[in-house]
Design a protein around this ligand. Structure first.
Ligand code: IVH
Length: 671
């Protein structure tokens, strides 16, 4: 075809294909069969091949996924992408409404929308052409995922008017695409995605856009970030305008005149939610008038004119098959429920911690019971209650053993503790867990010594105490499972390197009761050397600001033990540094910080690896704020052993809950 004609035909084809895409993907009303679309697309592809210079970034041929990227570029959002405050019940919604009325009076309107469970993205158009799409990231900086977003057919590559604007919305994977994808992955023996949100996020974070193209993603736009000079005065007008430009917005939105209507809308969707073709995790409520939005303003994190009502956590019923006991580093014996695997909130759950015997009694949990489980804060599985009318009489009451399941020595319940402990210092479980602790990040930080390797070394009797780690030889390590030349060399190097660690790392690693990472640092700083610390007294210790009676006692008792002094002697001979050598500055990337950054965190229950103060300091170091009580403003609750009313409240409010292990893991990833 002649160039002149090709140019004309290309333009014609693009218009037609855009129109068909819009009808099919946005309006859900196709006007031509798929085969016709494919035929025209092929014609366009051929013409663009013949005249590559006529190719443009907004061509429909771009949707099939082009070149593989090396990495995603960082994008700074011109206008930050905030998130929303949460409401978990009617009272929260009424509270929100009261504040709105206080600020703007009684003349106002809400828009209620479905809260789509996907990931927030921002789309930028210049002169009507889609030029850049980005993830939310930490709200300030996201990643450029333009190539992947172009594969979403409901995103117009060219608008009906040559406008420059930025819009925001939620990219998601419809339920049927998700099911299809997982079926395909199962057939291929690939790991399944836990839920549509993860699948959508996983697809958009692929460097090869062809993968996103194959994943059938979709989008609903829900706000205009920046539309320079357009005359719109409310959110609902904005959404209607987005419709006219060719964007896909969610049509289930409703205007409500008061909070009662909002609550009706919320309750209606609580019931209808399972019938939607995509997942929602709540309802978003927004004050409609832009002028009133401005009066209400925003906090650093979220607008005051909007709130997200979160649906309650999913609860499911399953059978409790058994109760397993685990002995931790400090000898605490923890019961864990072994469950008939069941899907809860997107993942399969087979275990749930039962915390301690008191909790088992309180809930009257028996082996063989039908139990209701949920994920606290959608993360940690737990038994909510027993379904009593399903009891057959065959269920077996559980008794905590009187003796340690690992070493058979008698268990004791220390004063004021709910937990049962094995106090045999030679208990293999405690030694193994102690070794795992010794090599962990905050302690000696020996990379390559994971739990599995430690367990093998211990079972093979190659390592019986921490000193043995420094006596390991190449040949011994080579005999272990999955340990090749390279990993053995790396491991030996890491062990060697750890000898030079500053004193606090060794102190923390030794696992002195009540001495967490922060206290270890205080001790190392104050005493400068192991020698001086070994000879200290309770008086000297308690004169230090941050050290209380309990810790002082524990330190002194620790260093009075003959075995401890011998161990320190051995470690010195093996070449371990016993001096304080200064603090290593904390280096962390922006992304790493953001998990705690700006978050309000509440600590509750007994922490084992860190003291409250250490956890607080660490969280603050990464930009988080530690608060004393749980409220709607809380972002995260860290629940240690025997957490009580605060954990309960957090669950009622649907706040994310982590256990200590998860906290330590996240903190140490940033260390
Ligand atoms: S409005 C200032 N509307 O929920 C933030 N968000 O924390 C404006 N979401 O990050 C967000 N559906 O990813 C809004 N109809 C909807 C939404 C929605 C889903 C997501 C969005 C946001 C999070 C709220």
């Amino acid at each position: 075809m002649e160039r002149h004609n090709a140019e004309k035909r290309i333009e014609e084809l693009r218009s037609l294909l855009n129109k068909y895409s819009y009808e099919y993907y946005v309006l859900d009303k196709p006007s031509v069969p798929d085969s016709e679309y494919d035929r025209l697309l092929k014609e366009l592809q051929d013409l663009e091949l013949e005249y590559p210079d006529l190719m443009t970034p907004d061509s429909p041929t771009q949707r099939v996924g082009g070149q593989i990227l090396d990495m995603f570029r960082k994008v700074t959002h011109d206008i930050p992408m905030l998130s929303l405050g949460n409401a978990f019940n009617e009272a929260d919604l009424r509270d929100f409404d009261r504040k709105v009325r206080q600020a703007v009076g009684d003349q106002y309107e809400y828009v209620c929308e479905l809260k789509i469970d996907g990931l927030a993205v921002s789309l930028k158009y210049e002169n009507g052409i889609f030029v850049r799409g980005a993830t939310r990231g930490d709200g300030t900086t996201g990643e450029d995922i333009t190539a992947n977003l172009k594969t979403i057919h409901s995103i117009p590559l060219r608008l009906s008017q040559p406008l420059t604007l930025e819009v925001r919305g939620e990219a998601f994977m419809p339920k049927h695409s998700f099911l299809g994808l997982n079926m395909q992955r199962e057939n291929n023996g690939e790991v399944l995605f836990a839920n549509p949100r993860n699948a959508a996020a996983g697809s958009l974070r692929q460097l090869d856009p062809k993968i996103a193209a194959s994943r059938k993603l979709d989008i609903f736009l829900y706000s205009i970030a920046n539309a320079g000079g357009v005359n719109i005065s409310s959110h609902s007008e904005g959404l209607d305008w987005l419709d006219t430009l060719g964007f896909k917005t969610n049509q289930e939105r409703r205007k409500c005149d008061n909070i009662d209507e909002v609550i009706d809308y919320v309750n209606g969707w609580l019931e209808r939610r399972p019938h939607l073709p995509y997942e929602i995790d709540g309802i978003v409520i927004k004050v409609n008038s832009f002028a009133q939005q401005e009066v209400l303003g925003t906090t650093v994190k979220s607008p005051r004119w909007s709130i997200a009502y979160k649906f309650p956590a999913e609860e499911v019923v399953t059978t409790l098959l058994d109760i397993e006991l685990n002995v931790g580093r400090t000898g605490v014996v923890t019961p864990t429920a072994i469950l008939e695997p069941v899907k809860v909130a997107g993942t399969t759950v087979g275990r749930a911690t039962l915390h301690n015997e008191d909790l088992i009694r309180e809930k009257d949990i028996r082996i063989g019971d039908t139990v209701v489980i949920k994920k606290a804060g959608d993360i940690i599985p737990e038994v909510v209650n027993v379904v009593l009318d399903q009891r057959t009489g065959e269920e077996v009451e559980f008794r905590m053993p009187t003796h340690c399941p690992e070493c058979e020595s008698e268990l004791v319940r220390l004063e004021e503790e709910v937990a049962l402990r094995c106090i045999n210092p030679k208990c293999p479980a405690q030694i193994r867990e102690g070794l795992i602790h010794f090599v962990s990040r905050n302690a000696m930080n020996i990379e390559g010594l994971g739990e599995k390797v430690i367990a093998q070394l211990f079972d093979e009797k190659l390592v019986e105490d921490v000193a043995d780690l420094y006596r390991l030889e190449r040949e011994q390590l080579l005999k272990l499972e999955r340990m090749g030349e390279k990993s053995v060399s790396n491991l030996l190097q890491a062990i060697e390197k750890s000898k030079g660690n500053s004193l606090e790392k060794l102190l923390f690693g030794l696992g002195i009761r009540h001495v967490g990472a922060k206290a270890a640092k205080t001790l190392a700083l104050e005493f400068q050397s192991m020698d001086r610390l070994v000879g200290t007294t309770v008086e000297e210790l308690t004169s230090i600001n941050e050290i209380g009676e309990k810790m002082a006692d524990s330190v002194v008792t620790f260093f009075q033990q003959e075995e401890v002094l011998e161990l320190i002697q051995e470690l010195t001979v093996l070449g371990l540094n016993m001096e304080y050598t200064g603090v290593r500055p904390v280096v962390s990337s922006e992304d790493d910080e953001s998990i705690f950054f700006g978050k309000t965190i509440v600590l509750t229950g007994k922490l084992e690896q860190l003291t409250r103060n250490e956890a607080k300091e660490k969280i603050e170091m990464f930009g988080g704020k530690v608060a004393g009580s749980v409220s709607k403003k809380t972002d995260l609750v860290i629940a240690g052993e025997d957490a009580g009313s605060k954990l309960k409240k957090a669950e009622e409010l649907g706040i994310t809950v982590w256990n200590e292990e998860k906290l330590v893991e996240e903190l140490s990833r940033r260390n």
